[in-house]
Design a protein around this ligand. Sequence first.
Ligand code: SF4
Length: 358
Amino acid sequence: MQDEHPTTYWSPLPDGRIRCDVCPRACSLHEGQRGLCFVRARRGDAIVLTTYGRSSGFCVDPIEKKPLDHFLPGTSVLSFGTAGCNLACRFCQNWDISKSRGTDTLADAAAPEAVAEAAVRLGCRSVAFTYNDPVIFLEYAIDVADACRERGIRAVAVTAGYVNVEPRRDLFAHMDAANVDLKAFTEDFYHRVCAGSLSPVLETLEYLRHDTDVWFEITNLLIPGLNDSDTELDAMTRWVVERLGPDVPMHFTAFHPDWKMLDRPPTPLATLSRAGRIATSNGVRYAYTGNVRDLEGQSTRCHGCGHLLIERNGYELGTWDLDADGRCGRCREPCAGVFEERPGRWGARRLPVRLGAA
Ligand code: SF4
C-alpha cells in the first residue's frame, strides 16, 4: 500500500513556502522539507502524510492501560502507533517511537480494513491510536476509525490535544473515547519542557466536553520539582471542575527518568496520592494514580456513598458493583462513563501481534 497520502490542512504562503495547519506549530515548508513531527512533508505544491498505512507495531492491551478506567472496563484494545510527534517533551516516555526519524520503526503494513479486521479477530472492543499522537497521522487514524466503526469496534485517541480547530473537529468526529495528556498547568512548562503551549490543549479539553459525545479522561504525568507543586495541582484541578465538570476522571501518573530528562528521580507514590487528594478536595469525582501499584488509588468508588464500584489491582479487575445502567450497586447513584452490564475479562495481559509483512 502507498505510504504517502494527500492531506488537506495546509495553506500556501506568499513567500512560496507551504504552511501545515494541523497543529499550532505551523511548520512552513520548502520543497522536500518535513515538519517537526517528521511525518508530514512537502511534495510539490502540497503537504502529504508519509506514514499512511504503516505502524510501529500492534499490541492487544487492557483498556485500562491507555489509561481509560471508565470506558468498557476489563475489555481489550488493539493498540498501535506510527512514528514521530508534534511536541518535543524532554521527558518523553515513548521516545523510540515519537523521535523516530526513519521507516525502520514502521515495520508493520496495515490498511485500515486490515486493522479493523484484526481487532474483530482478536476479540478487541476498540482500537487505540497511541504510542505517538494521532493528530500527526489524522488521515490514517480517521480511516482506521471508520473501518472499525463499520464493524462495531470503537476508536480511542491517546493524544496531547495539541491541534488546531478544524483538524480537531475532524479527528474527534470519528472517535468514541480519548485520553488527553495535560502535561502541566503553566505555559512556562509547555514552552520550556515540551516546546509547545498550554492554551490549545485546554481548548481541546473544553471542545471535547462541550461540543462532542467523546468519552474522555485526563492524564497528568507528575515530574518531581517541575509540575507537582500544590499550587499548580490546585489550579489545574479547579480549572478541570469549573470548565469540564466533576465527572472527567484524572490520572496522576509516575514519571520515570527517560530521553533527555535523566536528572530527575522517579515520582514517589506519595506525590501521586497528594495530587489525588487535591483533586478530590476541589471536586474531581474520580482521581487515580498511575504507573505504580496502588490498589486503593486505582479503584473506583461511588462519589455519592463511597461504596467500592470497581476494584483494580494493576490492570486486573476485582470487585464489580455497578448495575446494568452504570449505577452504584448500593445507592444507585450514576457513575460517569461507558459501562456494560458486566466487565470484560481480558485482565492484565499484553499480546504483541503482527498484521502483515513489511
Ligand atoms: S502536524 Fe507536523 S508538520 Fe504539521 S504543523 Fe504540526 S509539527 Fe508541523
